[in-house]
Ligand binder design. Structure first.
Ligand SMILES: [Fe+2]
Length: 341
């Protein structure tokens, strides 16, 4: 088995490949690390055949949908997953064949109702059902401490003690543990009667994960996160540096149309000399009147350089082939001590 563990920001993703056939599966990929997974697979000579989420993540942005599209492979999740875009729904006791590897599915509700663990050879991918020295929380949507008790004490913890545990989260830099080690040392598993386990889980009083709304929205719908939308726009437009723009302004260059796409109040409070005002919200409404010549070179800027990137991408999309965005925004322009009108 070829095995890669990718740790990032407390989240763990896994690439497992069959050494004989070079088929691979990617478990719990995150949107920020798509290039890294593909790079690892290429380095190891693997072809990713499945992208799998162990459950609906509430704390990070899953890359399964995007990878499935770009690789033309199925998104695999438990049948209870609320996500419409799941291509291959699987159930307890079933097997995913990855080349000669066999991934066995254990439905382990508790952290979420669609949580599952995957066993392959000497290891188990536990998602957020069992963590090293902890368990997944049960206070997020579809969480259920009683179900988690059942999944752990009548499921996962009855497996071979030497089975290696690879969880979806690890915050202390450990790579893995074993079922036996968790049974012996995991503080949440020491009081083994149902009532005290459930009481412990009900009284953790954890803070909500950051980005929970956006994570649930996008992971359940396959929609894009805002950062992704911006990154995709940024990949389609060229940028101009602050210094380059300054030299155009100083040269009183009439060939370059400078567009301030912020709101009126921001524009009135100070803008780049020679800039016209066309707020992002009115771009599509006013473009035909305000920018009659699509062959002109147009630069858009905003406060931080993000909305202007979307504006430039929109302009390119509708035929302004020389639209560019400022690399930076009005804030950086001010900070550079450049002229403000
Ligand atoms: Fe989770």
């Amino acid at each position: 088995m070829i095995f890669e563990q990718v740790a990032a920001g407390g989240c763990q993703s896994y690439l497992i490949g069959c050494a004989e056939t070079c088929a691979a599966a990617l478990i719990d990929p995150q949107i920020d690390h798509v290039d890294r997974y593909l790079g690892l697979a290429a380095r190891d000579g693997l072809r990713i055949r499945y992208v799998i989420d162990t459950h609906t993540h509430a704390d990070h942005f899953s890359a399964t949908r995007e990878l499935a599209r770009s690789l033309s492979v199925p998104v695999v999740m438990h049948r209870a997953s609320p996500a419409q875009f799941v291509d291959m729904r699987i159930d307890d006791g079933e097997i995913i064949a990855v080349g000669r590897l066999r991934l066995s599915v254990l439905h382990t509700p508790g952290h979420t109702s669609d949580s599952m663990c995957l066993v392959v050879e000497d290891r188990i991918f536990t998602g957020d059902t069992l963590l090293i020295g902890a368990t997944g929380r049960t206070d997020l949507p579809t969480g259920d401490p009683e179900a988690l008790y059942e999944s752990l004490f009548y499921g996962v913890l009855r497996l071979e003690p030497q089975l290696k545990v690879f969880p979806a989260h690890e915050y202390k830099g450990r790579s893995y543990s074993t079922i036996g080690q968790e049974l012996a040392e995991n503080p949440r598993l020491q009081r083994r009667d149902r009532e005290s386990f459930i009481a412990t889980m009900r009284n953790l009083n954890l803070t909500m994960p950051t980005h929970i709304t956006e994570a649930l929205r996008t992971n359940m719908s396959g929609g894009k996160i805002i950062a992704q939308l911006l990154a995709e726009a940024a990949a389609r437009v060229p940028f101009m540096s602050l210094a380059e723009l300054k030299s155009h302004i100083e040269a009183e260059d009439d060939d370059l149309i400078v567009l301030d796409v912020r709101e009126r109040e921001a524009y009135d409070n100070g803008h780049i000399p020679r800039a016209r005002h066309l707020p992002r919200g009115q771009l599509e409404l006013r473009v035909n009147e305000d920018l009659p010549d699509p062959t002109r070179r147009i630069l858009s800027y905003c406060e931080f350089g993000r909305i202007s990137t979307l504006a430039a991408a929109t302009l390119r999309e509708i035929g302004f082939q020389r639209a560019v965005a400022l690399d930076g925004g009005m804030k950086a322009w001010r900070e550079a001590g450049y002229p403000v009108l």
